[in-house]
Design a protein around this ligand. Structure first.
Ligand code: MF3
Ligand code: CO
Ligand code: CO
Length: 256
């Protein structure tokens, strides 16, 4: 069952998503060569807790940290570590989810660390274009499958591949709710969108093959071929006329 949020619930979704967004904007200044992902984890953890919320990933199905940090060939669910120190030319995805007043807000962004290869910068740019193309499909009466269809088409047209094992998801009182938002597929398939639905769109786009594997820590997902992968994530509300991006940062524009 896909939950439809009431206007009171939507207001709480706006608040938790605003905090997740502010945490992302706060951490940006620290994403530099020499910082460890554990330091980034601690800074985000403290920022969230000081504002009366909690980081949703911490202890979620046993996840040991407060954010996910996924670098280079890591697709998603990377675990922050003191030993994982950023260096010039890396890309780092930081995935932040907050739990505030009973509701979760989920967002992620891939940061460039210093001077990144043009080939990799292009991957990050196209991944951002993919999330925005997906978001533009959101409107009442549209189908969830419309989102994956445009993302898959754009990614493939640029020679990239799309990860299929991990998806966007409904979000609200639960971190992961129905529906699943697959980032590939066919227009006109899947559940119909209705005003008051909230879900994430979070495409993972690869330079090489789409295939992935999970490391022995049982969390870290990497590309099988070790080629690099990028991701962006927003929490979206279906409105009467289209969409609202609940995690829009001040460095972004609403896509038209
Ligand atoms: N935030 C991730 C998502 O976008 C989920 C992380 S689950 C965790 O759905 F346990 F790894 F934190
Ligand atoms: Co998510
Ligand atoms: Co997330």
């Amino acid at each position: 069952m896909i939950s439809i949020k009431s206007s009171r619930e939507i207001e709480k979704m706006r608040e938790t998503c605003k905090l997740a967004t502010e945490t992302m904007e706060y951490i940006e200044q620290f994403v530099k060569p020499g910082v460890s992902t554990e330091e980034l984890n601690k800074l985000c953890h403290d920022y969230i807790v000081e504002r009366g919320a909690s980081p949703s990933p911490l202890n979620y199905h046993g996840f040991p940290k407060s954010i996910c940090t996924s670098k280079n060939e890591v697709i998603c669910h990377g675990i922050p570590s003191k030993k994982d120190v950023l260096k010039d030319g890396d890309i780092l995805n930081i995935d932040i989810t907050t739990h505030l007043n009973g509701f979760h807000g989920d967002t992620n962004k891939t940061f460039l660390v210093g001077n990144v290869d043009q080939k990799v910068k292009d991957l990050v740019d196209v991944t951002y274009e993919c999330i925005m193309a997906g978001i533009k499909q959101v409107k009442p009466g549209g189908h969830i499958g419309d989102i994956g269809a445009v993302i898959e088409e754009l990614a493939h047209s640029k020679g990239y591949t799309v990860v299929e094992e991990y998806c966007g998801h409904g979000i609200g009182r639960e971190f992961h709710e129905e529906p699943q938002v697959v980032h590939v597929g066919k227009r006109g398939t899947g559940a119909q969108m209705k005003p008051g639905m909230t879900f994430t769109i979070e495409p993972m786009i690869n330079l090489g093959s789409r295939h992935c594997k999970v490391l022995k820590d049982n969390w870290t997902v990497i590309t099988k071929d070790k080629k690099w992968s990028a991701q962006f994530e927003h929490t979206i509300l279906v409105t009467e006329t289209g969409f609202e991006i609940l995690t829009l940062r001040s460095d972004e524009n609403v896509p038209v």
